[in-house]
Design a protein around this ligand. Sequence first.
Ligand SMILES: Cc1cc2nc3c(=O)[nH]c(=O)nc-3n(C[C@H](O)[C@H](O)[C@H](O)COP(=O)(O)OP(=O)(O)OC[C@H]3O[C@@H](n4cnc5c(N)ncnc54)[C@H](O)[C@@H]3O)c2cc1C
Ligand code: FES
Length: 264
Amino acid sequence: MSPFEEQSEIVRQEQLTPEIFRLTLKAPEIAGTARPGQFVMVRISSCYDPLLRRPLSIHQTIGGKQVQLLYKVVGLGTRLLASMHSGQQLNLTGPLGHGFEFAGKQAICLVGGGMGIAPLYFLAREILRQTRPPKCMVLLGARTAAELGPLPQDFLDLGVTKIHLATDDGSLGHHGFVAELLPQHLAPDLHWTACTCGPQPMMKAVVSQCRQQGWECQVSLETMMACGISACLGCAVPRADLSGPYLHVCKDGPVFKAEEVAWL
Ligand SMILES: Cc1cc2nc3c(=O)[nH]c(=O)nc-3n(C[C@H](O)[C@H](O)[C@H](O)COP(=O)(O)OP(=O)(O)OC[C@H]3O[C@@H](n4cnc5c(N)ncnc54)[C@H](O)[C@@H]3O)c2cc1C
Ligand code: FES
C-alpha cells in the first residue's frame, strides 16, 4: 500500500525523562494501516533547517486515528520536535517500510535497547491482541534505570507478564547487556522468534545468541535516512553474502530476517 502524507495535529506532547518524549498526533490515514515495525518520516520544520525529514518508529496507534511516537532528543530535529506542543501541526509520511512478522509463532521474545524499545511496544500490543497469542517475553535494556523511565511499566500495563531488564550501570535489573538475558530466560525447549531493535552491537549479540540456539531472529535496523522512500539510496546495507545489489532499509526493511543482512 502507498504511504500517505498527512498534515497532523499534535494531540499531546509528554516528557517521560529529561531526554525522552512521547508525541501523540492525529493521523487517521497512517494510523488506519500501520503495522508494528513500520515508521514515519516527520517534517519538523517548514523552513530549510533541518531540511530533511526525520525517521521515527510508530510507537503505537490509538483507536485507528492517532499515531504515537517515542523519541529521544539527540540533535537539532528532535530538539525542535520536543519544543512543539498540542495544537501545532506536523507533516508526516507513512506508514513506511516492512514491519515484524509475528503471526503463527510459538514463542516470541522482544529485545529492545535504548530507543529501539519504541517499535516493540506496538509489536507487543498486537501480539497480545491475537486470538491465540504466543508465549511472549520482553527484554529491555538501557544505560541506566532513568533512561528506561516508565517504559517497563507500560509493557506490564499492556498485559506482558514476562519482562526482564538490564542496565549498563546496574541501576535496574541485570547489571550488563540485555542480550545476556536471552540464555538466562528463554526456555530452550520452545522455538523462539526474537524481534530486536536497538544499537547495532546489541542486535549483533542477539543474532549471535539466536544462531547458537537455532532460533529465528528479526532485526529492525536504524540507519541514517534522507528520504525514507527509496529515492536517495542513502540507507543501503550489504546483503549477508556481500553479493548482489545492496538492501535499502527504508524499502526492504527496516525489519529484516537476521540472515538477510551482513553483520560486519
Ligand atoms: C527506521 C528508523 C526508525 C527510528 N525510530 C526512532 C524512534 O522511534 N525514536 C527515536 O528516538 N529515534 C528513532 N530513530 C533515530 C532518529 O531518526 C534519529 O535520532 C533522528 O533522526 C535524529 O535527528 P536529529 O535532527 O535530532 O539529530 P541529528 O542532528 O540529525 O543527529 C544528531 C546525532 O544523532 C545521530 N543520529 C541521527 N540519526 C540517527 C540514526 N538513524 N541512528 C542513530 N543515530 C542517529 C547522529 O549521528 C548525530 O550524532 C529511528 C531511525 C530510523 C532509521
Ligand atoms: S532513505 Fe533514501 S533510499 Fe532509503
